[in-house]
Design a binder for this molecule. Structure first.
Ligand SMILES: *Cc1c(COP(=O)(O)O)cnc(C)c1O
Length: 386
């Protein structure tokens, strides 16, 4: 195909493709993209150094002080989730509690069920945060629970869960605490020392790399104890770690370009000012977007203190002229790719506020949204179900 499948006349700065206002893959910097214009050999010393520096960089970002390991896994975030659940969660007698408030919690529980690992779930629906008290009550009710799986930012709604309070409650009761920090790591602070035994994230979210791999940060003694636990050859974290430790190489073909791009993305993350600066930019994006959308008449699913800086959920307007597919396509032609909703009950759509985008992009997106609404003749922006 020598022509893009849509007419693009979006704002300057992102010449060839729309901005991805999504939870990932997301818009990356030109320099991250440019770093992929070379073919690296997976056995070469330079590439092995890139991999080693990524693993060290991630351990630093996670607040590790030498007691953890970082294991990189080929594949998207869910591959590392399944690898971690299969490597660390008990096979019998003891069980794993999944603290769910959206699709990603449900998916973790479904993976455990598929693996035949005992699992129980707290289900808060998809727009309320679980509390430490919810977790304490579940642990008290079922002494067989030995492991707890929590989600940091539930990308289904964008809600940020109180994971430090939950981890402290879990550790005070002597249980293992595992966190899916996929859509938050790098933008919302997370310190393993706050009570996390295992943390999982991926290349194409807040570090602003491209898709291709995921990673697990885990206490070294727990990783060593997991030998032989995994249900899978490729997803076996212990064996993956052994391979990386032995010669700095992956057991199976690594996504070389994605790793080199991530190495560049980590450098740019540090240059921007690390987690604090990245989080501040995303918060500003979110504030500008939400304010502008509310001025137009849109309603957000979450209140300002529940919503995080990662992705914003808006309720579908009741105006019969509002057609999401047309809204989506007309925005894309103007240079902005938004995201459908994922709530089970309320019709909604989402706009991501992460990636290499800033307040200028947010203001341009708001302008495009106003134009598209006018084109569609949408006037009543009150939510469909209120
Ligand atoms: C993105 C994401 C994942 C992983 O999804 P993939 O499609 O496998 O990359 C897992 N959990 C959360 C909270 C996420 O945002």
């Amino acid at each position: 195909m020598d022509k893009m499948p849509y007419r693009f006349d979006g704002p300057p700065g992102q010449e060839d493709m729309p901005y991805l206002l999504t939870p990932g893959p997301l818009t990356t910097s030109r320099t991250v993209k440019a770093s992929m214009l070379a073919d690296w050999g997976s056995r070469d010393i330079e590439f092995r150094r890139v991999v080693a520096e990524i693993r060290e960089g991630l351990l630093d970002l996670a607040g590790s002080e030498g007691e953890h390991e970082c294991v990189i896994m080929q594949g998207s975030g869910t591959f590392a989730i399944e690898a971690a659940l299969g490597s660390f969660c008990p096979k019998a007698e003891a069980k794993t509690l999944v603290v769910a408030n959206g699709a990603y919690g449900d998916r973790a529980a479904a993976i455990l069920a598929r693996l035949g690992r005992p699992v129980t779930k707290i289900d808060k629906g998809d727009s309320a945060a679980p509390s430490a008290e919810d977790v304490v009550a579940a642990l008290a009710a079922d002494p067989a629970i030995s492991h707890v799986w929590v989600i940091h930012c539930e990308t289904t709604s964008g809600i940020v869960n109180p994971i430090v309070e939950i981890a402290q409650a879990v550790k005070a009761r002597g249980k293992i605490c595992m966190v899916d920090a996929m859509s938050s790591f790098g933008a919302i602070p997370l310190d393993m020392k706050d009570g996390f035994d295992v943390m999982v994230s991926s290349s194409n979210k807040c570090i602003e790399g491209v898709p291709g791999f995921s990673y697990v940060v885990v206490k070294r003694d727990m990783l060593i104890a997991s030998k032989g636990m995994s249900h899978s050859v490729v997803l076996d974290l212990y064996e993956q770690w052994k391979g990386l430790e032995a010669n700095g190489q992956f057991r199976f073909t690594p996504p070389t370009h994605a790793l080199v791009a991530f190495h560049q993305a980590l450098k740019e993350h540090a240059e921007e000012g690390g987690v604090a600066a990245r989080g501040a930019r995303y918060r500003q994006n979110a504030e500008i977007l939400v304010r502008g959308m509310r001025e137009m008449g849109f309603s957000t699913l979450l209140s300002d203190n529940e919503a995080g800086p990662i992705i914003q959920t808006f309720l579908t307007p009741r105006d019969p002229n509002f057609d999401f597919e047309r809204f989506y396509e007309d925005l894309r032609v103007r240079g902005f790719a938004i995201y459908p909703g994922k709530l089970t009950k309320r019709p909604s759509f989402r706009i991501g506020t992460i990636g290499k985008v800033d307040e200028k992009v947010m203001r341009a997106a708001l302008k495009a949204i106003r134009e598209v609404l006018a084109d569609m003749g949408v006037k009543d922006l009150s939510p469909l179900d209120s």
